[in-house]
Write a protein that binds this ligand. Structure first.
Ligand code: HEC
Length: 119
């Protein structure tokens, strides 16, 4: 009897863990879709691609460069809003003053995740 009870608790625990995992990955996938739409609407993809340099660096190269930098999210959010040069060369990135803070956060974390499904 006690073993059955333990088994039931274990099954319940696994079920909760699984559904938590599924809802987290589903959430990240929705954020990716939103970020791609924003990147298209704001012409980011005219200058950036997932895996090759166009005018600006590839988003994979950006993710790699800042992989171990805990201040990257703040630095890159600011850079996307204000634009500027110096990280990758002399060609400046244009400013995006009209993007909301939430949209810039979404774009930045998507880029730092390696811009999944951008191609
Ligand atoms: C006209 C071309 C152009 C457009 C449009 C553009 N970028 Fe860039 N981007 C650049 C260039 C050039 C750089 C390199 C700047 C540098 O060397 O500091 C860059 C750099 C970046 C970086 C890395 C910054 C750093 O300091 O390492 C990120 C992140 C980025 N862009 C995101 C975006 C996003 C998001 C958008 C759309 C809202 C966008 N870019 C639109 C040209 C562009």
């Amino acid at each position: 009897m006690r073993n059955e009870f333990r088994e039931a608790i274990l099954k319940l625990f696994l079920l909760v863990a699984l559904s938590l995992f599924l809802s987290l990955t589903a959430h990240a996938a929705t954020d990716d879709v939103k970020a791609i739409a924003l990147a298209k609407q704001n012409a980011c993809l005219g200058c950036h691609a997932l895996d090759k340099k166009i005018v600006g660096p590839s988003f994979q190269a950006v993710a790699k460069k800042y992989a171990n930098d805990p201040s990257a999210i703040v630095f890159l959010k600011n850079k996307i809003i204000k634009g500027g040069s110096g990280s990758w060369g002399v060609v400046p990135m244009p400013a995006n003053p009209k993007l909301s803070d939430a949209d810039v956060s979404l774009l930045t974390s998507w880029i730092l995740r390696g811009a999944p499904s951008a191609n």
